[in-house]
Design a protein around this ligand. Structure first.
Ligand code: NAI
Ligand code: MG
Length: 522
């Protein structure tokens, strides 16, 4: 597995420890492993200082393994968002960040990456504790991923510049690529550190200042990382972190008149709300990264064992809590029965348990609400006539664990084939020919990603062009390099993150025109 990718799976390398056991009803977390880290930062970060919320209120963040409280975190409100935006505004209008040389900004981001590297074990442990994801995944994939992202954006900082433009007439015309101002950023709980890096990387590299609201379910790792960024030399007010609820803090940020740009990752439902708030306040431009119901297509000439493993990873990675989860598995009729048998066997082998335990592939779901939502979708699946091949139950007796679940005979009009389940539930359908599967795969309001498994180059090329999705992975899945752009078609959102395309979200283009006085030299 390459370290610069979030996950790379080609069928030849197998990233995750293989399971041994089958489902067990015994709780695996009666004695949860003590996380190897101390929580230090639980206040809001405003103007370079950790401070209490204006109201003095806090909220608990929970350990999804047990439902126990990890820490109480300052609960940001509209008033705190105002304070944070005022700090970011001042840092942008008067502070050194947009005025220092791009190289100096680049050096600070590089020092930040070095500090992330130095503290990588703490970061991974906090992420696992607060979110429930396997420690191995946090430590070997996600934390290296954010370090790589920061170095990538540090590399961009001093390579952002405008053009000279050949206008008609005797004018010298140039474009300046300027930072847009104060960026408001709202992130979800499924990949707290990666989402932080995807958001702040391009915003800071372009010279903007930021107010970022973390998800209320996972506030801890961003605060820790932001402390390191200040240690690296970030001036006060350039990055402000407000933990707090969406309907109060998130709403205040989205509708703030002094925020010049909004970037949101989360559900399509909340995406519509923040877009509306942005429109009704100051028309700030918005980037949305929303949900998905991504097809994973297994063609007739595929190697079944590899296809099963890849489809399994596409869906079950991160407890199924991925916006790009390959949540509609379409399998050609000629290999369907064998595929279903093997997909079931693979799911039954998936090692569920305490995410701090070596070898565990699947931890708990994030919270009781998601746990219940997933279980109700499993119930809908059974009631609508899909065949439950395995799973479907709670795993253990504590926390929010769910058995890896596989449905076959899934029809496109079933709720489990249409809605984003966001859990460890694989749905498998049969198809006959390419035109049919293209039509069915595209028949979704979402268009975030798609997976194709085939050895036939023509089939791969046809599907890559026909599928209406922002990412198409051929014989691989979940490949998230810093340089590869990511974003959605249709209701999966608009704008691209990562890669060169992400910079335009955080830049204004200014045209500067002045007459040339000596036409003899034109
Ligand atoms: P959500 O979309 O409500 O939460 C994402 C972020 O938006 C959080 O920081 C939240 O505090 C904020 N937010 C919520 N309401 C807001 C408002 N009125 N104004 C401004 N910000 C607001 O997602 P939630 O409730 O955590 O999960 C619900 C479903 O959303 C999941 O079951 C899943 O299907 C989907 N989801 C998709 C994600 C993705 O990566 N595309 C990530 C998280 C959830
Ligand atoms: Mg938590």
């Amino acid at each position: 597995m390459s370290r610069c990718l979030l996950v790379q799976f080609s069928g030849r390398s197998r990233g995750w420890a293989r399971g041994i056991g089958t489902y067990s009803s015994s709780s695996v977390v009666d004695e949860p492993i003590t996380p190897p880290v101390k929580i230090t930062d639980t206040q809001l970060l405003i103007n370079g200082k950790f401070v209490d919320a204006a109201s003095g209120k806090t909220f608990p963040t929970l350990d999804p393994r047990t439902g126990d409280v990890i820490a109480h975190v300052a609960e940001g409100s509209a008033e705190d968002v105002d304070r944070a935006v005022a700090a970011a505004r001042k840092a942008f209008d008067e502070g050194p960040w947009p005025r220092m040389t791009a190289y100096e900004r680049s050096c600070i981001l590089l020092r930040f990456a070095d500090l992330l590297e130095k503290h990588k074990d703490d970061l991974a442990a906090i992420e696992t504790w607060d979110n429930g994801k396997p420690y191995k995944q946090a430590a070997e994939v996600e934390v290296p991923g954010i370090i790589r992202l920061m170095r990538y954006y540090a590399g961009w900082a001093d390579k952002i510049h405008g053009l000279t433009v050949p206008a008609d007439g005797e004018y010298h015309v140039q474009t300046l690529h300027e930072p847009i101002g104060v960026a408001g950023q709202i992130i979800p709980w499924n990949f707290p550190l990666l989402m932080l890096a995807w958001k702040i990387g391009p915003a800071l590299a372009c010279g903007n200042t930021v107010v970022l609201k973390t998800a209320e379910l996972t506030p801890l790792s961003a605060l820790y990382a932001a402390r390191l960024l200040h240690e690296a030399g970030l001036p006060p007010g350039v990055l402000n972190i407000v933990s707090g609820p969406g309907p109060t803090a998130g709403r205040a940020l989205s509708s703030h008149m002094d925020v010049n740009k909004l970037s949101f990752t989360g559900s399509a439902e909340t995406g519509k709300v923040v877009l509306d708030l942005a429109a009704k306040s100051n028309l700030k431009p918005v980037t949305l990264e929303l949900g998905g119901k991504s097809p994973f297509i297994v063609c007739k000439e595929a190697d079944i064992d590899q296809a099963v493993e890849l489809a399994h990873l596409a869906l079950f990675f991160n407890q199924g809590q991925c916006c790009v989860a390959g949540s509609r598995t379409f399998v050609h009729e000629s290999v369907y029965d064998e595929f279903v048998e093997k997909a079931k066997a693979r799911a039954m082998k998936r090692v569920v348990g305490d995410p701090f335990k070596p070898g565990v592939e699947q931890g708990p779901q994030i919270d009781a609400k998601q746990f219940e939502k997933i279980r109700s979708y499993i119930k809908f699946g059974i009631e609508s006539g899909a065949t439950l091949e395995c799973g479907g139950e709670r795993y253990g007796s504590k926390g929010f664990f769910i058995q890896p679940t596989v449905f076959s005979d899934v029809q496109d009009d079933m709720l489990i084939a249409k809605d984003e389940i966001f859990g460890p539930v694989q749905t498998i359908s049969k198809f006959k020919d390419l035109d049919e599967v293209i039509r069915r795969a595209n028949k979704s309001h979402y268009g975030l990603a798609a997976g194709v498994f085939t050895q036939n180059l023509d089939t791969a090329n046809t599907l890559a062009r026909a599928l209406r999705a922002g990412s198409v992975w051929i014989n691989c899945y979940h490949v998230f390099d810093a340089a590869i752009p990511f974003g959605g078609y249709k209701m999966s959102g608009f704008g691209r993150e990562k890669g060169i395309y992400s910079l335009s979200n955080y830049l204004q283009v200014k045209a500067v025109v002045n007459p040339l006085k000596n036409p003899a030299w034109l």
